[in-house]
Design a protein around this ligand. Structure first.
Ligand SMILES: CC(C)(COP(=O)(O)OP(=O)(O)OC[C@H]1O[C@@H](n2cnc3c(N)ncnc32)[C@H](O)[C@@H]1OP(=O)(O)O)[C@@H](O)C(=O)NCCC(=O)NCCS
Length: 295
């Protein structure tokens, strides 16, 4: 084995995972540093079932692949295309954790090297809802609409509780509760590349937060990821999600962002969000594939 493997918890491994995702970023890759921050920190560790991360290093250099047991039955995998042979090794590490029952992972259809490694280890494509990566040239960002009765602003560092409540109002299913708590949001706000000036909310006349858009700017690539967007059910259909997202993307552009990225569902099961983003000018690109391997 040519690669040096080390295993860590997600908190410890996250910076190295983000660094690899940023270093190998291309429109054909799945992982963005901001997505990883969101996935790692959107809820408190006790409310998540996150497992370990294996980092694979070329002895002569930096991390060239990682595998994360995001859940006991869910693998996230990132591999430098220049080291494609490590993909199967990384998948084997995850399988060695010994999950009971089938395990799954998600890959962008353009990540041929990751797909090849997974196929070697017995993963097969499974028909499941998918996500379509959409991009937008921030140089041609349309202006945000002026919506009477509402205003738009970035959040302040001390507003974790209100900001989390705004997210929950949009995402909690009737009778359910989102795991995005104030305490979790506070941790998220301390996780690079989070910055409050790219975390935007729409507020109503009484000053209550009713819609939100969090943008993660990767300075190295200039890619500004939108994740997530939400609008309170009582305020939907008025253009708030579009306007708050355009405001946040404008802030990202002013800070050096060049490309907007968002990854909504692409299948017919949940078409609203992709209509929202396409109405803003986002252009659809590659889609994700779910792969499954039985125990
Ligand atoms: C998706 C969501 C953010 C939309 O919020 P919103 O404030 O109602 O959206 P807007 O009013 O800004 O809509 C902007 C555009 O998207 C379209 N759109 C938004 N939601 C839609 C839906 N459910 N079905 C069809 N089109 C939709 C609108 O038609 C509008 O296009 P138009 O300007 O050409 O008419 C909101 O429904 C929500 O919070 N959902 C739950 C969380 C979620 O799914 N977030 C997105 C995940 S990527």
């Amino acid at each position: 084995m040519r690669y040096v493997e080390s295993v860590a918890g997600i908190d410890e491994a996250l910076p190295a995972m983000q660094e690899l995702a940023s270093r190998i970023w291309a429109p054909t890759s799945r992982h963005h540093p901001g997505q990883l921050a969101w996935s790692a920190r959107y809820a408190l560790p006790a409310d998540l079932d996150h497992g370990p991360v294996a980092l694979f290093r070329d002895p002569a250099g930096p991390v060239v692949a990682w595998a994360w047991a995001e859940a006991p039955d869910w693998l996230e995998l990132c591999v430098d295309p220049a080291h494609s042979e490590v993909a199967a090794e990384a998948a084997r590490w995850f399988l060695g954790l010994g999950a009971k029952g089938p395990v799954r992972t998600m890959v962008l259809e353009t990540e041929a090297h990751v797909l090849a490694g997974l196929a070697e280890e017995g993963f097969e494509v499974e028909e499941q809802p998918w996500f379509t990566h959409h991009s937008l040239d921030l140089g041609s960002l349309p202006p945000a609409a002026d919506l009477p009765g509402y205003s738009f602003r970035a959040v302040a560092p001390g507003e974790a509780e209100d900001r989390a409540a705004c997210h929950r109002a949009a995402w909690a299913p009737p009778g359910g509760s989102s795991r995005v708590s104030g305490a979790a949001y506070q941790r998220l706000m301390a996780t690079p590349p989070y910055r409050p000036d790219l975390d935007w909310v729409a507020v109503d006349g009484a000053g209550a937060m009713v819609a939100s858009c969090l943008v993660w700017l990767d300075d190295r690539t200039g890619v500004a990821l939108v994740e997530p967007v939400g609008c309170h059910p009582d305020h939907r259909g008025r253009g708030l999600a579009a306007a708050v997202s355009l405001s946040a993307l404008r802030a990202a552009r002013d800070l050096g962002g060049r490309t907007g990225l968002v990854c909504p569902r692409g299948d017919d099961g949940y078409p609203g969000p992709q209509r929202l983003y396409q109405a803003m000018g986002f252009v659809p690109g590659p889609r994700t594939l779910t792969l499954r391997r039985d125990a």
